[in-house]
Ligand binder design. Structure first.
Ligand SMILES: [Fe+2]
Ligand SMILES: [Fe+2]
Length: 199
């Protein structure tokens, strides 16, 4: 799916949905992290107003997702604990670290590509969750996850487009995306067992 090089273990979604409270709580934190990451990128790019506005629009959408997941937690009376350590994102950022001192443009282009990969994996996992929920008769929640799946697919494209716009060198960005996608595949295969969106 999208640029992903490994597929999530088909049994993962069933195991994750077995622990729906943990999954929903982790998902809420993912949406907040996506919103704050988009804003922190926007803050670093004041000289690129069109990129900033795209990021602000994306952050608003992620906050709407966050709010919707919070409402679901409230409806189900699930407590939201503080976020757990995000090994997936930390390992992915580490994989993107370059030798020497990258330029600001290179560093931010990589951050866009890391964000694109996180969106791609979220997109794949949310679609698996939607299917697992539908088979359990959780129809409303399954539809909600189907909607989110479509948004995350768009966000993936947005981040790749932003990386290309910032770097101005599409072939280089695509080559870098392919190499980061290989690293992401290894990380997701190593984790990929917990009831967490990227766990
Ligand atoms: Fe989202
Ligand atoms: Fe997203």
């Amino acid at each position: 799916m999208l640029c992903l090089v490994t597929a999530t273990d088909p049994g993962w979604a069933e195991r994750a949905v077995d622990e729906l409270p943990l999954l929903l709580a982790d998902h809420a934190h993912c949406e907040m992290k996506a919103a704050s990451n988009a804003l922190s990128l926007a803050a670093r790019l004041p000289e690129h107003p069109s990129i900033c506005r795209t990021l602000v629009a994306l952050a608003k959408e992620e906050l709407e997702h966050y709010d919707a997941v919070l409402a679901e937690l409230e409806r189900r009376q699930i407590h939201l604990p503080p976020p757990a350590v995000d090994s997936y994102a930390a390992d992915l950022r580490a994989a993107a670290r370059r030798e020497g001192r990258p330029s600001l443009q290179e560093a931010l282009t990589d951050r866009f590509l890391v964000a694109a990969l996180i969106e791609a994996r979220s997109c794949e996992r949310l679609s698996l969750i939607a299917k697992a929920l539908a088979t359990r008769g959780e129809t409303a929640l399954a539809l909600f996850y189907d909607d989110l799946f479509a948004s995350e697919a768009r966000h993936y494209t947005t981040f790749v487009d932003l990386a290309i716009a910032l770097s101005g060198d599409e072939p280089r960005v695509r080559a870098r995306l392919n190499s980061l996608a290989a690293a992401e595949g290894a990380i997701a295969a190593r984790l990929g067992h917990l009831p967490a969106v990227h766990g």
